[in-house]
Design a protein around this ligand. Structure first.
Ligand SMILES: C[S@@+](CC[C@H](N)C(=O)[O-])C[C@H]1O[C@@H](n2cnc3c(N)ncnc32)[C@H](O)[C@@H]1O
Length: 316
């Protein structure tokens, strides 16, 4: 199986488990620039490894981190030093130091503290309150930054740094509307907005108007695009797929989310890729509607592993 490059931070909606599938669907598509209006952790771009990319997000902490890695103000050695030093304080204070770092981060937004918090917060999922402050409690493991975890994180910084160095990448902290206005018809857009009606926080709220604006902007750009969204879970179907995105092709894959700590507490979701071009396993939107109406399987993609061809060849 192909190695997946995992970023040094984690966030809600991270596509680590879907990246193989997404890559396999884009590997034969020609484009001159890869664009992500919602880059999040960047796991998709860092695995597709396009030669040119515009990667944007409204969350400044994500963009500052990757800009820092790009301009070498953040290196694996600096990250290692920081995590060892702060990890020691965490251990000595039996975890209390986490809240000191969180307070400090919420006043100065330091990217090193961002990595520290992202890797020691409860559930490893960052969230921001109404004022934009990081508000996740501590994971309650004072020995969180054991040597093995520090090594893992610093390796992740090294991998990402090498990928960024080899490509021509631009990171921008901006709203998706601005990114849409910067698109050209020879771009390829991977669009992964927050899912409507799911978790909402300061950087992650999403409305029907946003969804409609996004669709309009993508169509107007004439660029090829893929949108990540969900098709259905055991309770309901995402109606936006058949209204806002009704003229798109759709490819689906089953994905399991763990609920709570128990291994068998899993909820299945059909993840969807919607596109204005034909994808590897896609069917038309109306064909999918027929399948749902006739209670036929909504799966279009097999569960096999895929091996994307990379625009950049890396020796990591
Ligand atoms: C589902 S996540 C993207 C996850 C990403 N593909 C990954 O695998 O890590 C959605 C992202 O959209 C960003 N976002 C939310 N509203 C936005 C907006 N109005 N403009 C730009 N980015 C936005 C959030 O900060 C978040 O990082």
């Amino acid at each position: 199986m192909k190695k997946i490059f995992v970023p040094p931070i984690k966030s809600q909606g991270i596509k680590t488990k879907l990246v193989d599938w997404i890559s396999s669907n884009v590997k034969d598509i020609d484009y001159s620039r890869w664009v992500e209006p919602f880059m999040g952790t960047g796991v998709v771009a860092f695995n597709v490894m396009p030669a040119r990319a515009l990667l944007c997000d409204s969350n400044p902490h994500l963009i500052n981190l990757y800009k820092g890695i790009q301009n070498k103000t953040i290196t694996s050695a600096i990250v290692k030093h920081h995590l060892i030093e702060e990890g020691d304080k965490l251990l000595q204070t039996k975890g209390e130091h986490y809240y000191e770092v969180r307070k400090r981060f919420n006043s100065n937004g330091d990217s090193l503290d961002f990595i520290f918090l992202s890797r020691s917060c409860f559930n490893g999922m960052m969230r921001f309150n109404k004022g934009g402050g990081f508000n996740v409690p501590f994971c309650k493991k004072p020995n969180r930054f054991a040597q093995s975890l520090v090594t893992k994180i610093t390796n992740q910084v090294d991998y990402i740094s090498e990928i960024i160095d080899r490509g021509d990448y631009t990171f921008k902290n901006q709203d998706f509307r601005v990114t849409l206005s910067e698109l050209s018809s020879d771009d390829f857009v991977y669009s992964d907005p927050p899912y409507i009606g799911r978790h909402v926080d300061y950087f992650d709220s999403w409305t029907e108007e946003d969804e409609i604006y996004l669709k309009g902007g993508l169509i107007e750009s004439n660029a090829k695009f893929i949108l990540s969204t969900w098709l259905s879970n055991k309770y309901r179907v995402n109606e936006y797929v058949f209204s806002v995105w009704k003229d798109c092709n759709i490819s689906t894959k089953e994905h399991f989310y763990h609920v709570g700590a128990k291994e068998d507490n899993r909820n299945a979701v059909y993840e969807a890729l919607l596109s204005n071009i034909k994808l590897k396993d896609s069917i038309t939107n109306s064909e999918m509607q027929n399948r749902i109406d006739s209670k036929i399987s909504q799966l279009t993609s097999s569960t096999t592993n895929h091996y994307p061809s990379l625009q950049l060849s890396l020796n990591l």
